[in-house]
Design a protein around this ligand. Structure first.
Ligand SMILES: Cc1ncc(COP(=O)(O)O)c(C=O)c1O
Length: 390
């Protein structure tokens, strides 16, 4: 039976090493942070090509910690996309700031940098005509201060940080890279997580590099920022545990998860290559099959971590038909994301409206994801494409 993400196949490969690492960790008596976490952070920094990796309790905590480190709070505006997992915008709202949504590009599914420029101008002018803004602005001028941008690397492909970083520095904004789905990808010879001032990733089990619980990490080249993040991770501690110099969170990574990640890192490059192979095979077979789907394309000098292999059907009906055929053949699919964040109840206070972000809305109505993991065999991919043809 084909799995959407096959964690059991991966476990079978690394079982002995993982079980030994977990036992070692349990017997060590060190359960939070500690030597396994130190080793992991050194290896993650080296892998990402940054000076500092700071592990934490989840990808969501990584985003919250990054925003806290930047001193973001009420009255601050953070630009991000509505076509993402809720955590990106949730983190902004959690620290009391306001997400300003910017539509995505229909090909890369990542932030449309032209729209970002318009959003920055519109917010400065409080002008809804230039770009949709939270409508609460119209009634009670919130005098939002533009502070930063969170780019999201959707499905494993990095956003266009060359353009985002350039626009940010023109307007005095910081940039956070939400690399929750893209750890392992690269752009112009730099790894995802290292493409902005602060990178954030997630080790949720289904992510390209996942642990067996929740986990995450932050990446930066800035030593001061790294110290600040380490302090925020432990309730804003100062030079000792019971000196609290700022507010923070319980954001630490469990030692046992670090031990598991240290084993999984050993096979990560190999798994990334396998994901590339799966994506190439899908692209070739779908093109040959005549099934009417737009398959993902990578911009030049980019590689993807292929967290998802997402395809776009002609319309919603075609998507339902294809998903039904696959389900009949016992092949699981998923829709990421059926409802963009500006239309979610959780963000209704911002009073965005349908039609504000047409590309995100259109993608939500037609996109779906096929099984994607490093252990998907060629003959299984053939079967998946055949099932869509019938
Ligand atoms: C784009 C994006 N951002 C943030 C997160 C949050 O990560 P976590 O689930 O580890 O909190 C996720 C994953 O779930 C994600 O896909």
């Amino acid at each position: 039976m084909i799995q959407f993400i096959d964690l059991r196949a991966q476990y079978a490969r690394i079982q002995e090493d993982v079980e030994q690492a977990v036992l070692r960790s349990l017997r060590s008596g060190q359960h939070i942070l500690g030597p396994e976490v130190d080793t992991l952070e050194r290896r993650l920094a080296e892998f990402a090509g940054v000076e500092h990796a700071i592990s934490c309790a989840s990808g969501t905590d990584a985003l919250v910690m990054a925003l806290m480190a930047k001193g973001v709070g009420p009255g601050d505006a953070i630009f991000t996309v509505p076509f993402t997992f809720v955590a990106t915008a949730e983190a902004i709202a959690t620290v009391g700031a306001t997400p300003i949504f910017v539509d995505v590009d229909p090909i890369t599914f990542n932030m449309d940098v032209g729209a970002l420029g318009r959003a920055i101008q519109a917010l400065a002018a409080e002008d809804q005509n230039g770009h949709p803004l939270p409508r609460s602005l119209g009634e009670t001028p919130l005098e939002l201060r533009a502070r930063g941008i969170i780019g999201v690397d959707l499905f494993g492909l990095a956003a266009d940080y060359r353009a985002i970083n350039a626009l940010a520095s023109e307007h005095g904004l910081f940039v956070i890279e939400d690399a929750a789905q893209s750890f392992g990808a690269s752009a112009h010879n730099r790894r995802a997580g290292a493409l902005a001032e602060i990178g954030c990733t997630s080790f949720f089990p289904a992510k390209p590099l996942g642990c067996y619980g929740d986990g995450g990490a932050l990446f930066t080249d800035d030593a001061e920022l790294a110290d600040l993040l380490r302090s925020i991770r432990v309730h804003g501690q100062g030079s000792d545990k019971y000196e609290n110099v700022r507010l923070g969170i319980t954001g630490r990574l469990d030692s046992v998860q670090a031990a598991i990640l240290n084993v999984k890192l050993d096979i990560f490059e190999d798994e990334l290559a396998a994901r590339d192979r799966v994506a190439d095979t899908y692209g070739r077979l779908i093109a040959e099959s005549g099934v009417d789907l737009v398959t993902p394309t990578l911009p030049p000098n980019h590689s993807s971590a292929w967290a998802q292999y997402s395809v776009v059907a002609r319309d919603g009906e075609a998507r339902s038909r294809l998903q039904a055929r696959l389900a009949e053949a016992g092949i699981p699919t998923a829709i990421y994301y059926p409802k963009p964040l500006h239309l979610q109840k959780a963000f209704e206070g911002l009073r965005y409206a349908e039609g504000d972000f047409p590309v995100s809305e259109d993608l939500g109505s037609r996109i779906f994801s096929l099984p994607m993991h490093p252990y998907l065999k060629d003959e299984e991919i053939v079967g998946i494409v055949e099932a869509m043809k019938s």
